[in-house]
Design a protein around this ligand. Structure first.
Ligand SMILES: Nc1nc2c([nH]c(=O)n2[C@H]2C[C@H](O)[C@@H](COP(=O)(O)OP(=O)(O)OP(=O)(O)O)O2)c(=O)[nH]1
Length: 155
C-alpha cells in the first residue's frame, strides 16, 4: 500500500471484500502524441462505471508485470503494439467494487491502427478534456498533466 491515503471514490456504498481487502493491480497507459494530445477511451457496456472515460488498460493477470500487462491490455482492447513503457505515477482508489492500485505509465510510441475491440469510444484529448464523465480514479491524472504543462486546470 502507498503511504498516502487512497482516493475514496464513493464513501456511501458498502465495500465489497471487507475492510482488509487487497489492492487489485491495474496497468494504465497514457498514450501521448507529438502534439501533446492523449488518448481517452470509454468503458465498455457491462463493466463497472460503463460509459465513463478513462485511460486504456486493465488488471494484471497472475505473474504479469505492469509492463507486460499493459502491452497485453492495449493489444487486446485497442489493437496497438506499444513501444517503450515509462512508469509515471501510482495511485490507490477505494471503490465500492474494489480497492485498486493504478500504475500509470506514459507511452509515446506505438504501431498499428486504433481499433476498439470492446465497443469503446475513443478521443484524442487536450486540456481541458471534453469527454465526460471521467472515472474518479482518472481525474487526478488530468491534474498531473495540467501541472506538468502549466495549464492550471481543476476538475
Ligand atoms: N484502465 C483504467 N482503469 C482505471 C482508470 N481509473 C480507474 O480508477 N480505473 C479502475 C477501474 C477499474 O476498477 C480498474 C480497471 O479494471 P477493469 O475492469 O477495467 O480491468 P480489465 O480490463 O482487466 O477488466 P476485466 O477483464 O476484468 O473485465 O481500474 C483508468 O484511467 N484506466
Amino acid at each position: 500500500m502507498s503511504p498516502r491515503a487512497p482516493l475514496v471514490a464513493d464513501a456511501h456504498r458498502p465495500r465489497e471484500g471487507g475492510a482488509d481487502r487487497q489492492a487489485v493491480q491495474v496497468a494504465v497507459g497514457v498514450l501521448i502524441r507529438p502534439d501533446g494530445s492523449f488518448l481517452l477511451t470509454s468503458r465498455p457496456p457491462g463493466k463497472v462505471y460503463a460509459g465513463y472515460w478513462e485511460f486504456p488498460g486493465g488488471k494484471l493477470e497472475p505473474g504479469e508485470t505492469v509492463e507486460v500487462a499493459l502491452r497485453r491490455e492495449l493489444r487486446e482492447e485497442i489493437g496497438v503494439e506499444i513501444g517503450p513503457v515509462h512508469p509515471w505515477r501510482v495511485e490507490h482508489v477505494d471503490y465500492p467494487h474494489a480497492l485498486v492500485q493504478l500504475n500509470f505509465c506514459k507511452v509515446h510510441e506505438w504501431s498499428g491502427t486504433l481499433h476498439m475491440h470492446e465497443g469503446q469510444q475513443y478521443a484524442w484529448e487536450q486540456l481541458p478534456v471534453r469527454s465526460a464523465p471521467v472515472l474518479p480514479g482518472t481525474v487526478p491524472v488530468l491534474e498531473w498533466l495540467s501541472a506538468e504543462r502549466g495549464v492550471g486546470w481543476k476538475p
